[in-house]
Design a protein around this ligand. Structure first.
Ligand SMILES: [Zn+2]
Length: 123
């Protein structure tokens, strides 16, 4: 069985073939909660205060918050403020998601990559 980790480095047609084999899916992300794995509204045990809390932030696509990026500033690449963006914890710096990006996700929930509309090679 192949190590699944290199998937994120695949490009173009090869990436598509891997995605098809794994019955992956693509979702277009616009805002918090758009990814089917985000589980917004899920009731979870509160590890700090006890009791429970309701999930507000996506489990897959999290809020984009970074000390070097003012959330009110506009991202030159898409024209939207950083607070409108999402972030996927995929190791390292993770993956930044602009509103309107496509997110390719495998059947096991692993994110293959994030793509602009009309692109297939970015990961
Ligand atoms: Zn952007």
């Amino acid at each position: 069985m192949r190590d699944p980790l290199p998937r994120r480095r695949l490009f173009g047609e090869k990436l598509m073939a891997v995605a098809a084999r794994d019955a992956g899916s693509t979702v277009r992300w616009w805002k918090n909660g758009d990814h089917p794995g985000d589980r917004i509204g899920e009731v979870l045990p509160d590890p700090i205060g006890g009791g429970t809390y309701v999930r507000q932030e996506g489990a897959v696509v999290r809020y984009f918050r970074h000390p070097q990026f003012d959330g009110g500033q506009v991202h030159d690449g898409c024209g939207r403020t950083w607070h409108d963006h999402g972030w996927i914890d995929s190791g390292g710096d993770g993956l930044t998601v602009c509103p309107g990006d496509h997110i390719w996700t495998g059947a096991d929930g692993r994110v293959f990559g994030v793509y602009k509309p009309g692109q297939r090679g970015q990961s």
